[in-house]
Ligand binder design. Sequence first.
Ligand code: SF4
Length: 345
Amino acid sequence: MKKIGIFDSGVETPEEIIMAAGFVPFRLFGDPTIQPEKANEHIPPTHCIWTRNLLEQAIAGLDEDIVGIISSHGCDRTNREFDIWLECLNYKFMFFLNSPRKRDDVALKFFIDDLKELINQLQDTFNVEITDEKLKESIKKMNKIRETLREISEYRTKYILKGSEFHALVKKVQQLPKDEALHMLETRLKELKESHDSFANGMKPILLTGSDIDDTELIVLLENLGFHVISDDLGVGTKYFWNSVDENENPIEAIAKYHLSKPIHSTKFPSYERYNVLENLAKKYEVAGVINIAQKFCEPVLYDHPYLKKKFKELGIPYLFVEMTYNRESYSQLNTRFSAFAEMI
Ligand code: SF4
């Protein structure tokens, strides 16, 4: 089945529309085993390493079933770099979705209009019809996926499901055909319901936040140091299934409202609202600490750090900020920081 690649610094791209057009939504992830050499010819090496990594892969050639790319408005990196993608890639469908920075009524109307434009362009380019019925069917499927993920996520709280396994599951869901993804999730949920094996043994529950961390190995590294990611506000995590799309409303409006009511990403306004979500999660899951990880040169998350540091200090919850290089060889350098934090909490 043909795929539409998603280049998105958050999870703002409406997968339902891609599904209703007959394609598999396929979120692009970084590959921490490669270096951005070709990408550095287009983007200064002092810019976000994650997007340079994606561009490197795009220049080398993406999954052969991908027939088009949607990039959603996120940070300045994804926004400006889409111009470079237009120059370097040769797909007949390349769309920049202007997911708004704000969340008021004007922003909602603006977003609905751009979603309609996305639908028009998909229909014209691929000669398909995206009907309300197809959109409603996709919304139902995606809601079922979100609901199942919410249920599975709670097994992290029971120390039955490791944060790394959960992270890998969410990643797969963002790339697999959705029927396959749903089947995978339902099978895993059934197993979890029957499982009583707990790995609690002294693991320290933490809340993970920051840039959209997409390398599961980093979560494994944290686990090996005694942390358990009991909750998060990541795009490869709770932000992907936090709420559901209203199935009784006009489908395009419902999709737009869904995206504007999710926990806010650092790239949106007012980004400090992120703290309220994090505070609630930290209290709900009684975390021992909060770890905020920024990809190297991720400005939105760097801007949030001083505010989060101050607020978690006031709250009395230990907080660690680290900036990482998107490269597995460099992970060992983070060990010292993480280990010191593990001793402190
Ligand atoms: S890691 Fe940060 S700078 Fe890079 S794409 Fe994501 S939000 Fe933007």
